[in-house]
Design a protein around this ligand. Structure first.
Ligand SMILES: NC(=O)c1ccc[n+]([C@@H]2O[C@H](COP(=O)([O-])OP(=O)(O)OC[C@H]3O[C@@H](n4cnc5c(N)ncnc54)[C@H](OP(=O)(O)O)[C@@H]3O)[C@@H](O)[C@H]2O)c1
Length: 276
């Protein structure tokens, strides 16, 4: 049995689909089973990573883990005590191995989970994806309403990755012991700016869309309604640092799965309906 946390999330849904294709038994964790909308073959169980001692771990050998909840060390201990052997953590490319001081709150949160797993005696794999292609969905309301996207840092570079590619690597890591102990930097196949991303969406839609740069301060307050201030600052700082800095592209998705990662253009074509 594999426990999939974040099963309702942007990567987790693809992890569920990928494991089902591999014939695996899945228990999906969600805080809201009634709204989970997961395939019938999945055992959907209520649970919250904020309360690790209550996690439904009976018969679970492997866990796809989100860095959620405030108790990383207790979470790792509970998993080890319950007889779980393997954990695949959804971390982030923001985590640095060369310093004790992580560059911001997002990197720090994920680094604490990584450290807890490293000390736990569990077999682990860390997935460190670059920006998700799906972040571009934040522009959907503006694109539905008009031809201008107003956002900060249009010249920030990333190597956007399709969530299905992150999930495909997660599935391999859950099933293949050769990936134990690996810290996998995951990217899409190309580096581009946010302006370039918008251009791909425009091409798919057959429209002229324009990126209009606005100051970070103009979005900080709005974002603070959805996320803690230190996370908002970390997000905006990492965008600021990515201006003029093409992102490193890795071949990890291909190396692990044997197929090339999806391009941002392919992601945009698949999600065309969300922008119409
Ligand atoms: N977005 C990016 O560009 C990016 C890049 C690299 C890494 N990441 C990392 O990827 C992860 C997912 O990010 P996302 O924004 O795409 O979110 P998401 O996966 O779309 O949604 C969050 C998921 O986490 C679950 N969750 C949240 N709090 C939980 C809790 N206390 N206990 C159990 N489950 C909980 C939710 O489940 P329920 O609501 O069903 O309970 C939901 O399935 C984050 O750790 C993020 O830092 C994101």
């Amino acid at each position: 049995m594999i426990l999939v946390t974040g099963a309702t999330g942007s990567v987790g849904r693809h992890v569920v689909d990928g494991l089902l294709k591999e014939g695996q038994m899945i228990r999906a964790l969600t805080r809201n089973p009634a709204g989970a909308q997961l395939p019938a073959a999945v055992e959907v169980v209520a649970g919250d990573l904020s309360r690790p001692s209550e996690l439904p771990l009976d018969g679970v050998r492997a866990v796809y883990l989100m860095a959620m909840g405030e108790h990383p060390h207790e979470t790792a201990q509970v998993l080890a005590d319950a007889g779980v052997t393997t954990v695949v953590l959804l971390s982030t490319s923001e985590v640095r191995d060369d310093t004790e001081h992580q560059p911001g709150a997002i990197a720090a949160r994920h680094a604490v989970f990584e450290n807890a797993l490293e000390r736990s005696g569990l077999l682990w794999t860390f997935l460190r994806p670059n920006e998700f292609a799906g972040n571009a969905l934040q522009w959907a309301p503006q694109i539905q309403a008009g031809d201008v996207v107003r956002a900060p840092y249009g010249d920030a570079w990333s190597a956007p990755i399709h969530e299905r590619d992150v999930a495909a690597v997660a599935v391999r890591a859950l099933l293949d012991e050769r990936l134990h102990g690996a810290k996998l930097l995951l990217t899409g196949p190309e580096t581009m700016t946010h302006r370039d991303q918008l251009h791909h969406i425009a091409t798919v839609l057959g429209r002229q869309l324009r990126f209009e740069e606005i100051p970070a301060a103009a979005v900080r307050e709005k974002m603070a309604a959805y996320a803690p201030a230190e996370i908002v600052d970390a997000l905006l700082n990492s965008l600021a640092e990515a201006v003029g800095e093409p992102a490193t592209v890795t071949t990890t998705v291909y190396d692990v799965t044997g197929r090339r990662p999806f391009t941002f253009h392919e992601w945009a074509a698949e999600h065309e309906g969300s922008f119409r």
